[in-house]
Design a protein around this ligand. Structure first.
Ligand SMILES: [Zn+2]
Ligand SMILES: [Zn+2]
Length: 393
């Protein structure tokens, strides 16, 4: 059984120590959890500690995330992935060794012992057509992502490990919030922040979020912060809809219980018969994109952020569902430093962070050698979120 936070925290209390007080206890060869090839079980390997290039660092991992992308990595459903690889693209830890100098965006130098997270996207070039002309850096062809498009051959580049090698140019952010609260947002926070930004939500808008996974939950919270009057959520299963309601959704509906027509009527009943002003699709199911078009008001906006993996095709009526409705549809790919930075700012604010604080009890923690169990539980939708905790505490 996974260890829940409640158990670990009570243990920490018994020892009269907080999580922050635990010393760095890593010694010996770094261990990594590796997916050697598509559909292979995760295996633990010991690897040599890397020699550091100038202006790089080693991160002692405290927590790393297990998300839907990791399930698809294990199933071999992402293209261009260099196996073997170490998953874990959003992580928190302490800088255990720095060679040269590393600075944050405020110009403050990082020191060994600082607790940081880092932007999982590396090597955005700021020199190509997409970076400079289109100003769409998430489509930069040079970008690499720790734990996804960096493989084991590239070094210690995934968070399911004792250590991550932070290559020169990696954008670190000092983390003042406690690691559990930050990881309650995890990779879904910058993804949802980008989607809400793309949604151009206006004060007083009715927003519909399709999907009640981590991205959907974060989209609910951030839509309300952005000024939405109410946010509706259609998703499943019930325990995730409970989280959606606790996160501020004015109404939740389990899509498994109702027909397409009933889903649409449910939205119309809550939006003066017009449909949502903005709909954010965060499901992973292609058919949900059609639902998003149908449930959005005429001249409204649809953001598609839930199709990170190719789940196939769907069909729609371009006259009825798109043109006649005068809809604006926007895709939303990845996130950049600004989304990551703003997410950390919100999580670090005592007032703004309360929605994520509430979610801490819903996190489940697994050790490195329990990674297969964590993946299976995430794939089965049993959890709100699973974390890998390499340290034994
Ligand atoms: Zn993720
Ligand atoms: Zn570029």
């Amino acid at each position: 059984m996974p260890r829940k936070y409640a158990d670990n925290r009570s243990l920490a209390r018994q020892c009269a120590l907080s999580f922050r007080d635990f010393p760095l206890i890593f010694a010996g060869m770094p261990r990594v959890a590796v997916i050697s090839e598509p559909n292979a079980a995760v295996e633990i390997r010991e690897v040599g500690e890397p020699s550091l290039e100038a202006n790089s660092a080693l991160l002692e991992v405290e927590l790393s995330e297990v998300c839907g992308t990791d399930v698809y990595l294990q199933q071999g459903r992402l293209q261009g992935v260099p196996y073997p690889l170490v998953p874990g693209h959003v992580s928190v830890g302490q800088l255990s060794k720095i060679r040269g100098q590393m600075f944050d965006v405020e110009g403050r130098e990082f020191r060994e012992g600082d607790r940081v997270t880092f932007l999982d996207v590396h090597r955005t070039c700021n020199a190509c057509w997409y970076c400079l002309v289109a100003k769409a850096t998430t489509r930069c062809p040079k970008r690499k992502v720790y734990g996804i498009t960096y493989g084991l051959d590239d070094g210690l580049c995934g968070g399911w490990a004792d250590q991550v090698y932070l290559k020169p140019g990696t954008r670190c952010i000092r983390l003042d919030a406690d690691p559990e609260t930050f990881m309650a947002g995890g990779c879904a926070l910058p993804t949802a922040l980008h989607a809400v930004e793309r949604g151009d939500i206006a004060i007083g808008d009715t927003v519909l979020v399709l999907g009640s996974g981590p991205v959907g939950i974060n989209a609910i919270i951030l839509s309300l912060m952005r000024g939405a009057l109410r946010v509706l959520c259609i998703g499943a299963p019930d325990h995730r809809l409970e989280t959606a309601a606790a996160s501020g959704a004015a109404g939740v509906l389990n899509f498994e219980d109702v027909s397409e027509r009933e889903r649409m009527d449910w939205v119309l009943d809550r939006s003066n018969g017009r449909g949502a002003d903005v709909t954010i699709e965060a499901t992973g199911a292609p058919a949900a994109v059609i639902d998003a078009l149908r449930c959005t008001r005429d001249a409204g906006r649809v953001i598609v952020v839930g199709q990170y993996t190719d789940h196939g095709e769907t069909s729609f009526n371009p006259h009825l569902h798109l043109n006649k409705k005068h809809l604006e549809v926007r895709g939303c790919w990845g996130s950049d430093f600004s989304h990551f930075y703003r997410g950390v700012q919100i999580i670090s604010d005592p007032l703004k962070s309360s929605p994520w604080l509430q979610m801490k009890d819903r996190l489940a923690r697994y050790h490195l050698d329990e990674a297969n169990e964590a993946l299976a539980d995430v794939a089965a939708g049993k959890l709100f979120k699973a974390l890998i905790s390499p340290r034994q505490i």
